[in-house]
Design a binder for this molecule. Sequence first.
Ligand SMILES: [Zn+2]
Length: 105
Amino acid sequence: MSAAIQKCLSCGNLFFPARLFCPECGRENFSTELVEHADVAETTRLADGTLLATLRIPGGPSVVGRVTGGPASSGDRLPLANNLSTTRGVYAYLPDPSQTSGQQP
Ligand SMILES: [Zn+2]
């Protein structure tokens, strides 16, 4: 189980959601990096029961994902996934970057 995020080929910084150019070095060459897990910084439960988490990707950005399959709390390490339908257990869902950006290399 993993989630795809964007990696700058010039400076190595990781981004989510995908960028059109690197805000660190200004280059436009990216690859897709598969990230296995992230650490929960904090969680928020919405009125409809949806659990959102601020997740710190090791060596990468903090992102907001949806926690699916059970509870999670600050300090938990959760697997990441880009696909809701084929994944079981407690994990954090991030949208597929190819669905959130108009341009992918
Ligand atoms: Zn860069």
